[in-house]
Design a protein around this ligand. Structure first.
Ligand SMILES: [Zn+2]
Ligand SMILES: [Zn+2]
Length: 608
C-alpha cells in the first residue's frame, strides 16, 4: 500500500502492475529472512519500486540483497494468484495487531478516518503466503513476472511518513522493467550518466567548483570552465551582431521600485533573494531577470517606428532564490549568466521576429547536435493567481504564438500553467542522458511590460503606440547549457570550445626546441596550446592527454622535426596522420573558424 506511489501514466499500466506485484514479492521474501520486521510503505516508483521496513534490532544490509533476490525467484516459480479481499477497519486493526504491524495499522486508521477507504472497509491482496493492505492493481499471477526483469538495487535509510521524529526505517530499492533487455539498457544508461555526470566531470576536468564559504548554488568557474563560457559568448555575440542585435550592459542590482513596476513583486517574489536595505529604508534587490533594466534602456529615449525592431542583448548576471534542496550542480543554481535579449517591435513585426528567433534556436541546436529536443508551448492557467490577469491579452498573444509555430511548421505540444507571469512562452525541452526532460531555454511573447513601463513608439501616423516585446535566450544560461554539453559530450569538447585545443607531445627532450617553436606559432594565433615536457613515458603522456579529453595531440619526434611535420592524433579516433606543420596549422584555423564539431568522429580533419 502506498500513499506516495506515482499513478501509472498512459501505456504504463502493465509496468505499474508489475512493479506493484514485485513489491509484494520482495516483502514476502524479506519476511522469510526477518519474520519480525514491520512493513511500512512499498510503492512502485519511476524506475522500479521500493519497500520500507522496520527491522528493529536486526537490520539487513546490501550483502543480503542476493539472498532476497534468490528467494523472490523461488516465490515467482510458485505462480500464485493475486487475490483481493476486504476487511472492515476493526477486523483489519485486530489482524495488524496480531502481527505487530503498527505502521500498517496507523495508515489503515487514517484511510478510514479521512474517508479514503471506500465504504470504510480496506482492500487487501494475498499472493501465496503473503497478504498486504493494498489497492492494487497487480498481475494476475506471480508467474507473469518476466524472467530477469528486476534487480534489487540498494538500501538507504528513510523515515515513516518522512518524519524525522519517527523511527528510522530501512528502504530497499529495486529496479524493474518490462523485460530483461530494458533492465539491462537502463543499467547501462545509468552507468553512462554517472560517468558523464557534469558535477563529476566538472571537477575532474577542472571546469567549476562549489565552495561552502561562497555558498551552494554559486559555482566558481575555473580557468578551463571559463573558456567554455567565453567561447559560447563569442559565438552568440557574432550571431547576434549578424542578426541586428545591439549590446547593452546593465547592473545586477536594482531598487524595489523597479520590480514593483515590472510585477516581479509580487508575482515572482518567491524566486527572488530578500531585499537589502540601503540608504535608510531603500530596498535593493539582486535581479532575477534582465528585462526591467532593458525596458529602462528602451524608455530612456523617445522611440520611433523607424528604430523598430530594437534588439537589445546582454549576457546578464541574474540571481534566483532556489530552495537549498533543489540545487544541483550547474543545473539548478542561485547565480547564473544568461544569453539574454529583448526585441521591441510593432505588432506587425512580431511574427517575423519570432520566426527569426526560432530559426536562431534551430541553428544553435543543430550545430551543437542537441537534436533530441521538443518544443513546448506554455500557456497560462486562468485559475491560477500566478499570472497577470488580462483575459483578452492572453487570448491574443497565445493565439499569435500558436500561429507562428504553425506557420514555421514547428511540431509542438501545449501545456497549461507553464507560461511566464507576463506572457506565453515557447520552451525548448531536452532529454538528459537518463531520458528525463529539462527546459533548456525559452522564448517569450510579452504583452504586459510595455504597458507597465509605459513604453511607446511614434508610429508612421504620428500616434504613440505600445511595442510588443520578445524575450529570448537561445543559449540559455551558461550554467544550464554547459551542464548539458558536458554530459552530452562526455566532457570531450570540439576544438573551438576546448579549454586546451592542442597538446604537443615531444617523444623525448631532444625535440623540445621544435615543440617550443610550434607552441609559439600556435599561441601567436591565439590557440590554447600546451606542451607535455614531463618526464613521463610516451604512452603515459598519451594516456594523460586522453584523460583530459584534449581534442588534438601533436606528437613530434625525429622524423617530424626533420620533415617539419606533426603526427596528429584526435581524441577517440584510432587513425593518426602525419602532416606538414603548415597544413596542420591551417586545418586548425579552419576548424576554429567553422566551429567544427570534431568531437564527433564523423567530422573529418579539413586537410584538403
Ligand atoms: Zn500492491
Ligand atoms: Zn526578459
Amino acid at each position: 500500500m502506498c500513499e506516495e506511489c506515482d499513478k501509472p501514466q498512459d501505456g504504463q499500466e502493465q509496468l505499474y502492475r508489475l512493479r506493484h506485484s514485485l513489491a509484494h514479492i520482495m516483502a514476502e521474501a524479506v519476511l522469510e529472512l526477518r519474520p519480525n520486521a514491520k512493513l511500512a510503505f512499498g510503492p512502485p516508483v519511476e524506475f522500479g519500486f521500493y519497500y520500507d521496513f522496520d527491522f528493529g534490532g536486526e537490520p539487513l544490509g546490501e550483502a543480503d540483497l542476493p539472498e532476497i533476490e534468490k528467494r523472490m525467484e523461488l516465490i515467482l516459480r510458485k505462480n500464485a494468484p493475486f487475490e483481493r479481499s476486504e476487511m472492515p477497519l476493526a477486523e483489519a486493526l485486530a489482524w495488524f495487531e496480531e502481527r505487530g504491524e503498527t505502521y500498517k495499522a496507523e495508515y489503515a486508521r487514517e484511510l478510514v478516518e479521512t474517508g479514503k477507504a471506500g465504504g470504510g472497509s480496506l482492500s487487501f491482496y494475498t499472493s501465496g503466503g503473503f497478504t498486504d493492505m493494498c489497492e492494487g492493481p497487480h498481475l494476475e499471477r506471480t508467474g507473469q513476472v518476466p524472467r530477469g526483469c528486476f534487480k534489487l538495487d540498494r538500501i538507504s535509510g528513510s523515515y515513516w511518513r518522512g518524519d524525522e521524529k519517527r523511527p528510522m526505517l530501512t528502504r530497499i530499492y529495486a529496479l524493474a522493467f518490462a523485460s530483461k533487455d530494458e533492465l539491462k539498457d537502463y543499467i547501462a544508461r545509468r552507468k553512462l550518466a554517472m560517468e558523464r555526470d557534469h558535477r563529476k566531470l566538472g571537477d575532474e576536468l577542472d571546469l567549476f567548483i562549489q565552495d561552502a564559504d561562497v555558498g551552494v548554488g554559486f559555482p566558481l568557474w575555473m580557468p578551463h570552465g571559463t573558456v567554455l563560457r567565453d567561447e559560447l559568448e563569442k559565438w552568440a555575440k557574432e550571431e547576434e551582431f549578424l542578426a541586428g542585435f545591439q549590446r547593452v550592459t546593465t547592473p545586477s542590482v536594482a531598487r524595489g521600485a523597479l520590480y514593483l513596476r515590472s510585477g516581479h513583486l509580487p508575482y515572482y517574489k518567491d524566486s527572488m533573494f530578500p531585499p537589502m536595505l540601503v540608504d535608510e529604508n531603500d530596498e535593493y534587490y539582486l535581479r532575477p531577470m534582465n528585462c526591467p533594466h532593458h525596458h529602462k534602456v528602451y524608455a530612456a529615449r523617445p522611440r520611433s517606428y523607424r528604430e523598430l525592431p530594437l534588439r537589445l542583448a546582454e549576457y546578464g548576471n541574474d540571481f534566483r532564490y532556489e530552495k537549498h534542496g533543489s540545487l544541483s550542480g550547474l543545473l539548478r543554481v542561485r547565480a547564473m549568466t544568461m544569453n539574454d535579449a529583448h526585441i521591441y517591435c510593432t505588432p506587425e513585426q512580431v511574427e517575423g521576429e519570432f520566426h527569426s528567433v526560432i530559426q536562431m534556436y534551430q541553428k544553435y541546436y543543430a550545430h551543437l547536435r542537441l537534436g533530441n529536443f521538443r518544443v513546448r508551448l506554455s500557456l497560462h492557467d486562468p485559475d491560477s493567481d500566478k499570472f497577470v490577469a488580462d483575459h483578452n491579452a492572453w487570448e491574443q498573444s497565445e493565439t499569435a504564438v500558436r500561429q507562428v509555430l504553425h506557420n514555421l511548421g514547428v511540431a509542438y505540444e501545449e501545456e497549461r500553467g507553464e507560461a511566464a507571469f507576463y506572457g506565453p512562452k515557447v520552451d525548448i525541452q531536452i532529454k538528459n542522458l537518463m531520458g528525463r526532460e529539462e527546459t533548456v531555454s525559452t522564448c517569450q511573447l510579452d504583452f504586459v511590460m510595455a504597458e507597465r513601463f509605459d513604453l511607446t513608439y511614434a508610429d508612421r501616423d504620428g500616434q504613440r503606440k505600445r511595442p510588443y516585446i520578445l524575450h529570448r535566450a537561445p543559449l540559455s544560461t551558461h550554467e544550464r547549457m554547459i551542464s548539458f554539453l558536458i554530459e552530452f559530450y562526455g566532457g570531450a569538447f570540439p576544438t573551438w570550445m576546448a579549454p586546451v585545443q592542442v597538446r604537443i607531445v615531444p617523444v623525448s627532450a631532444d625535440f623540445a626546441p621544435y615543440a617550443a617553436e610550434l607552441q609559439e606559432r600556435l599561441c601567436g594565433d591565439f590557440f590554447r596550446v600546451e606542451t607535455d615536457d614531463s618526464e613521463e613515458s610516451f604512452n603515459k603522456k598519451i594516456r594523460n592527454a586522453v584523460t583530459r579529453k584534449i581534442p588534438n595531440v601533436w606528437v613530434v619526434g625525429a622524423k617530424e622535426m626533420e620533415d617539419r611535420t606533426v603526427t596528429w592524433r584526435r581524441y577517440c579516433v584510432k587513425e593518426q596522420v602525419t602532416v606538414a606543420f603548415d597544413r596542420a596549422f591551417d586545418a586548425l584555423k579552419d576548424m576554429r573558424a567553422a566551429r567544427a564539431m570534431d568531437n564527433f568522429a564523423d567530422t573529418a580533419l579539413p586537410l584538403g
